[in-house]
Design a protein around this ligand. Structure first.
Ligand code: TA6
Length: 297
């Protein structure tokens, strides 16, 4: 059961767990169809708080993938944000504005045991008639006045599982962008940059590609529909679909689940963002349903 449900007067809705601040449902209409689910959550997902949810929009912070930063020591893959219990801060419900909710996360004993940095996170979800906005605010709450500044260094990403049919999915525009292919069998292969040559990136085979400085605005399309991903301050994007090759080995991935989604994940994952004491970094995405052409009346 979700902890928070927002309803828009025009019919869209979003459901959020305090666990991981994980969005687990986003229903939105299109210009000529009633509200429908836009996100994938595996039928085998664990939602009891014992592991991150397989689907929806997990929040990745302070590291993407296994920890590599000197301050990220023994953090779990993709950090602790998606597996921590966030707090409900406030909701904005004003007939003149789209409904919005803010969740917050501060160091708990469980986090502090793994991660020593002071921080304050806010996750702001705003529901529009046809779009969903998520913002991650990362504040460096260090009171240090040392020089050089006591920067907070981190990675952040929205791990969007976009519900999509298994055919002809394309992500654009990524042509000529630098990317790193994590499916390569050698470390050298995984760490050697390549230039994307395709006008549209498909996920017909096991795909796990990290695009650097990718342009911040993307379209995930398929015959008859799609979702646009427009971001601010999130310079990179990850395209992932495990297909049966990797998906069949995931205990919380429903059988054939890989045929129902594509992950288009905006973030800052190549290198580390740096925030000075007292300052706040904000990363934002707007997911919008791509309207299909109205059928001729
Ligand atoms: O974002 C793609 C990725 O980093 C893949 O490498 C795969 O590990 C995926 O995230 C899911 O990771 P998870 O820890 O949720 O199983």
């Amino acid at each position: 059961m979700p902890d928070i449900v927002l309803h828009h007067p025009k019919g869209s809705s979003v459901q959020i767990l305090l666990y991981g601040a994980t969005i687990v449902s986003w229903k939105s209409p299109t210009n000529n169809a009633p509200p429908a689910e836009r996100l994938f959550v595996s039928a085998s997902a664990i939602t009891d708080g014992s592991k991150p949810v397989r689907g929806g929009i997990p929040v990745v912070f302070p590291c993407f993938g296994p920890p590599t930063h000197r301050e990220h020591g023994s953090l779990p893959q993709h950090g602790f944000a998606r597996s921590s219990n966030w707090s409900w801060d406030h909701v904005i419900k004003d007939e003149k504005a789209d409904p919005s909710v803010t969740l917050t996360l501060e160091p708990t004993p469980g986090i502090t045991a793994l991660y020593k940095r002071p921080f304050h996170l806010s996750f702001v979800v705003t529901l529009g008639e046809f779009d969903l906005t998520t913002e991650l605010h990362v504040k460096n709450t260090s009171g240090s006045i040392d020089y050089p500044p006591d920067y907070l260094e981190f990675q952040a990403l929205f791990h969007n599982y976009i519900l999509a049919p298994a055919i002809d999915i394309l992500i654009t525009p990524l042509q000529n962008k630098l990317y790193f292919d994590k499916t390569e069998s050698t470390e050298e292969g995984r760490t050697t940059g390549k230039i994307e040559t395709r006008a549209g990136v498909d996920v017909r085979k096991f795909t796990d590609s990290v695009y650097e400085n990718a342009g911040q605005n993307y379209e995930v399309t398929w015959p008859g529909g799609g979702v646009s991903v427009k971001t601010t301050n999130m310079k990179d994007v990850v395209v992932w679909n495990p297909q049966a090759e990797a998906g069949s080995k995931m205990g919380d991935m429903e059988g054939g689940g890989w045929d129902k989604f594509v992950c288009c994940e905006p973030g800052c994952v190549r290198g580390f963002e740096k925030v000075a004491p007292g300052m706040t970094w904000v990363g934002k995405q707007v997911l919008s349903v791509i309207h299909v052409a109205r059928r001729h009346q």
